[in-house]
Design a protein around this ligand. Structure first.
Ligand code: HEC
Ligand code: HEC
Ligand code: HEC
Length: 553
């Protein structure tokens, strides 16, 4: 809480902020308003033994607004994120450490408009969430500063960077740092990214050397009364650690992009007084730091505390999964025909064991009313409610996708290499002669793959249709979305290849008998979209009475 005598020493920048808060109610002040509306007015501060605030952070959203939903445990989604934030009981705020808006993959002419529209919706979503600071990562800059300015024209998109400056006055607005009062605690926030990478994306910016830029900004923040200094850093692990070592005046370094989705985010690392944290990628997790400081004094360094609870829960979960896998492995026993399946499970088990080993977190019990940081990482599970208004925002995006993509595509990609190469004809054509196979196929989930997309209104999404239909963007396939009709679902030709020649003259050798393992795993059942895929068990559902009579051996 602000003590009356402290008010006099509040720097001008902050006073202006306070005034703006009171009179304009701007987004950046949401946290302060929340605080007041919860009935902790500054003059009653002495009723509360400590000041508390929660800092939520994302690291490397990579332009994701939702998970695709293909895997057994889809994590993420801004509608669920919104629920988690709104259920927070302490005064809180949200920050992003960079690489929020656009995917790291390069955008081609077909997908670019959709990714740019998505960036716009993501900016709107984060504004709704009251984000107070967004660090500029090089991927955010790759469409140029005018694109980002366009997003800012719509409303606040609070970019913060100590070392990336727009060249033009009156162009993109990037604050070097900012001060935010949350829960009576003064937070100073700045950002940083690798200058070479940023400069390579755009001529409109100047990128300064990291350490001097951050040091100057951190010092300014301290001078202005920041009690907790946060650096949002789009940096590789080693550089982040070097920066923390070089500038011990900061308290929290939030590193982006976090661990890729195949792994679990790294536990916090302490380098001197600085705590380095991350929250994975694509919004699968949200990082939460609860900051507790004594009532009437500033104090550092902070004691790091995760309560140990999270680690225990993770440990228990991993141990259960390892035990289950071991059971399966034992069941295979010495059956040599199941060697591959056994080996696959062994490999997964080894990975889980490694994760288990890396779980140990330094956990110092907080002493008395010492200033402390309580860290937790919240997985955004499907069990979390989706916030209604955020859901409406997303459906507006999917509506827009329809208009944007329906009659678009990549016609070039469908051109055949040679005149007499076969083309895709669609599953109905095969059904004319292969009724048994067709009847069998209709009962497989492949036959519902398009309906799955339609249910979520994702069948106009270029990033989805490829694996949920036949021959999209392939020579002899379909390349414009409104021509998808005959090609919907994962059909015969996904596995047997384009069949026009065979359908016209079904002579031996005119169509492939499906080179099995490769065809499944290389194109569609990749770990990112099919985490439980084990060829031996999946293929049993694909071949059987009617299709490969009597089942595969
Ligand atoms: C005009 C009828 C006809 C159509 C249309 C047709 N097939 Fe066939 N297909 C046959 C006949 C006949 C055979 C060979 C007889 C057999 O093996 O039972 C055959 C065999 C096959 C084989 C086995 C090939 C092998 O080497 O053993 C596959 C796979 C196959 N068809 C897939 C398809 C697919 C995929 C389509 C749709 C693109 C399709 N067929 C369309 C008549 C047809
Ligand atoms: C690289 C291929 C690939 C892409 C791209 C892909 N999917 Fe999938 N999807 C799959 C596979 C494979 C499965 C089945 C996974 C399994 O059962 O192991 C699946 C399953 C699903 C399911 C679950 C179906 C059910 O009822 O269980 C949903 C929902 C889904 N996908 C939606 C999407 C959406 C939305 C997108 C685009 C954002 C997308 N997919 C992009 C391959 C893909
Ligand atoms: C998910 C992949 C997949 C899909 C989809 C698929 N097949 Fe097959 N098909 C296979 C595999 C694998 C075999 C067995 C190849 C082997 O073991 O030699 C096979 C075998 C066949 C055969 C030869 C054996 C037999 O049953 O006489 C025919 C014909 C065939 N498929 C037709 C079809 C038709 C028609 C469709 C669509 C209705 C279809 N397949 C869909 C993978 C697929």
């Amino acid at each position: 809480m602000l003590m009356p005598d402290q008010l006099h020493s509040v720097p001008t920048r902050w006073k202006v902020g306070l005034v703006a808060c009171l009179f304009l109610g701007i987004f950046g002040c949401r946290a302060e308003q929340l605080n007041n509306s919860r009935g902790y007015p500054p003059e009653r501060g002495d009723l509360w033994p400590q000041r508390r605030a929660v800092l939520f952070f994302t690291t490397g959203m990579d332009g994701y607004i939702e998970p695709c939903g293909c895997t057994s445990r889809p994590l993420g989604g801004v509608a669920r994120l919104a629920s988690i934030l709104s259920e927070e009981k302490e005064p809180s705020m949200l920050m992003d450490a960079g690489q929020l808006l656009l995917p790291t993959e390069s955008l081609d002419d077909m997908t670019r408009p959709q990714h740019l529209a998505k960036a716009q919706y993501l900016a709107r979503a984060f504004r709704k969430l009251g984000v107070v600071a967004i660090n500029l990562g090089p991927p955010d800059l790759k469409q140029g500063t005018s694109f980002l300015m366009g997003l800012q024209k719509e409303g606040s998109v609070p970019f913060v960077s100590a070392n990336i400056r727009p060249r033009k006055e009156g162009g993109l607005s990037v604050a070097r740092s900012r001060l935010d009062m949350v829960g009576g605690i003064r937070f100073g926030v700045t950002g940083v990214a690798i200058p070479e990478a940023a400069a390579a994306t755009s001529d409109d910016i100047v990128a300064l050397e990291i350490a001097p830029a951050v040091r100057a900004e951190v010092q300014t923040l301290r001078k202005d009364g920041a009690e907790v200094v946060v650096v949002l850093a789009h940096l590789p692990v080693a550089d982040a650690q070097m920066l923390a070592k070089a500038i011990p005046e900061m308290d929290i370094l939030i590193r982006s992009p976090g661990t890729p989705i195949e792994g679990v985010p790294q536990p916090p690392v302490q380098i001197g007084p600085v705590v380095i944290v991350e929250a994975g990628q694509r919004g699968q997790y949200i990082g939460r730091v609860r900051v507790v400081v004594p009532k009437n004094r500033s104090e550092r360094p902070f004691v790091l505390d995760d309560g140990g609870a999270k680690m225990e829960a993770d440990k228990a979960r991993l141990e259960r999964r390892i035990a289950a896998l071991q059971k399966e492995i034992d069941l295979f026993g010495v059956d040599t025909s199941a060697q591959a399946a056994r080996e696959a499970r062994l490999q997964v088990k080894r990975q889980l064991e490694q994760r288990l080993a890396s779980l140990s977190l330094p956990s110092a019990g907080p002493a008395g009313d010492a200033a402390r940081l309580e860290l937790s990482l919240i997985p955004i599970e499907t069990s979390v409610n989706e916030d209604d208004s955020m859901k409406r925002l997303l459906s507006a995006y999917y509506q827009e996708l329809r208009t944007m993509n329906l009659s678009r595509g990549d016609p070039e990609a469908c051109r055949l290499d040679s005149e007499d190469a076969p083309i895709f004809v669609g599953t109905d054509k095969c059904a004319l002669c292969h009724q048994e196979e067709y009847a069998f196929w209709q009962n497989t989930s492949h036959a519902r793959a398009w309906a799955t997309l339609e249910r979520e209104a994702r069948h106009y999404d270029f990033t989805c249709v490829g694996c949920h239909s036949v021959g999209f963007r392939k020579p002899g396939g379909y390349c414009i979305l409104d021509q998808s009709k005959p090609y919907q679902n994962v059909g015969c030709e996904n596995c047997h290849g384009p069949g026009s020649k065979h359908a016209a003259a079904p002579v031996p050798g005119s169509i492939s008998r499906a080179d099995t393992v490769g065809v499944c795993a290389e194109s569609c059942h990749v770990p990112e979209h099919s985490d439980m895929f084990i060829y031996e068990s999946y293929i049993k559902k694909i071949t059987g009475e009617g299709h490969m009579r009597g089942g595969s051996e």
